[in-house]
Design a protein around this ligand. Structure first.
Ligand SMILES: NC(=O)c1ccc[n+]([C@@H]2O[C@H](COP(=O)([O-])OP(=O)(O)OC[C@H]3O[C@@H](n4cnc5c(N)ncnc54)[C@H](OP(=O)(O)O)[C@@H]3O)[C@@H](O)[C@H]2O)c1
Length: 332
């Protein structure tokens, strides 16, 4: 029997990508399409391709509160951080929150890194940080990791005890869809095209979730790329004597259908992960400095958001972990 799914905040980039995965999912049925900005309109108001992508007509948009209360088995929260923090999760549904509102266990970190007091700090303990390959959640309230955090943790989590924690540097770059659909000056074409800029260096909100997961802080410099989607994280680490970084990563992901550790000499590429829910990892040695360089490429909207959210939902619902994910194919 299929499980029912509701999407809250479906008109944003993350919401639209979740909708795409839900429609392709063999065991999920769309029960409610929530959007405050599109409430009352047909699904095709979001994208005309929806008219031909599904045999049965899709439900029209309803306000987010209505989608939340629709009684779905799984709810995907695709709202901004502060809006998601204010949501009361329905009683017995699996809820996957794609925002940062429930990722941090320490309430004080919200004021420090997000700039607002968490409205429901007592609820934070009920949520689990669900990175399926590293820390699969066991409960029904799942905080989906941030896009940068996903790539960086896939690269670093298996190395936690095998590297010098005081010398971890990350240079990461994301396509502009990482900033969401709501227009901002910094994501305006005039600022982004023909340009690459670092931003929020030392203040990015994914830094505390990295420290929470790894047990030590990393020096993290995000950059904005002039492409629509895709994210690449280049992580510089100093292995402890005797540590074999490639072996640790290969072992960690040997059973994964989502994370590929590439053969030596093959580099991760943005183009190969764009539009997909897979991750590519590779290791390079810099013999002159004794640094190992671990590179991870994902799609910020795939493994970095919607793909991972559906993967988390699959695990929580007892479904095939990769059902509905986009993992196959060799598009140019
Ligand atoms: N973008 C990414 O790569 C990415 C990756 C990982 C996590 N996330 C997280 O996922 C959540 C949603 O991100 P997003 O990228 O989908 O953000 P977004 O495109 O800005 O959408 C966020 C919300 O804004 C509303 N919205 C959409 N278009 C709008 C418009 N033109 N004017 C006003 N409001 C509009 C939508 O709510 P209604 O439908 O209710 O109107 C939507 O849920 C965020 O918490 C984000 O941090 C995003």
């Amino acid at each position: 029997m299929s499980s029912s799914a509701a999407i809250v905040g479906a008109s944003g980039y993350a919401g639209q990508e979740v909708l795409d995965r839900v429609l392709a999912h063999p065991e999920l049925e769309l029960a409610a399409l929530g959007s405050d900005s599109l409430a009352g309109q047909a699904a095709t108001a979001l994208d005309p391709r929806l008219a031909r992508s599904h045999a049965a007509p899709l439900p029209a948009f309803v306000p987010n509160d209505e989608a939340l209360g629709a009684g779905a088995d799984v709810v995907f929260l695709c709202l901004g951080h502060e809006e998601a923090a204010a949501v009361e999760p329905p009683g017995d549904a699996v809820v996957v929150d794609l925002s940062g509102a429930h990722r941090l266990a320490d309430r004080a970190l919200y004021a420090a890194w997000y700039g607002w007091e968490h409205p429901a700090p007592a609820s934070l303990a009920a949520w689990e940080y669900g990175l399926p390959e590293v820390s699969p959640s066991r409960g029904r309230l799942i905080a989906n990791p941030g896009c940068y955090a996903t790539a960086i943790l896939l690269a670093l989590a298996p190395l936690r005890d095998a590297i010098d924690p005081a010398a971890v540097l990350v240079d990461a770059k994301s396509g502009v869809s990482g900033a969401g659909r709501v227009p901002r000056t910094s994501s305006h074409a005039g600022s982004v095209l023909e340009n690459v800029t670092p931003y929020r260096v030392g203040t990015h909100q994914h830094a505390p979730e990295l420290e929470q997961a790894l047990g030590f802080p990393v020096c993290f410099a995000p950059h904005l790329l002039p492409v629509r989607r895709g994210l690449i994280a280049t992580c510089f680490v100093r292995p402890l004597p005797g540590a074999d970084v490639l072996e640790l990563l290969t072992d960690a992901y040997a059973e994964s259908a989502v994370v590929d550790v590439l053969p030596e000499g093959t580099a991760p590429e943005l183009a190969r992960v764009q539009g997909a829910d897979a991750a590519e990892l590779a290791v390079f040695e810099d013999a002159a400095t004794d640094f190992a360089v671990v590179v991870c490429a994902i799609d910020n909207l795939g493994k970095g958001a919607a793909g991972q959210a559906v993967q988390n939902a699959n695990l929580a619902l007892g479904l095939d972990e990769t059902a509905g994910l986009r993992l196959a194919g060799v598009p140019v």
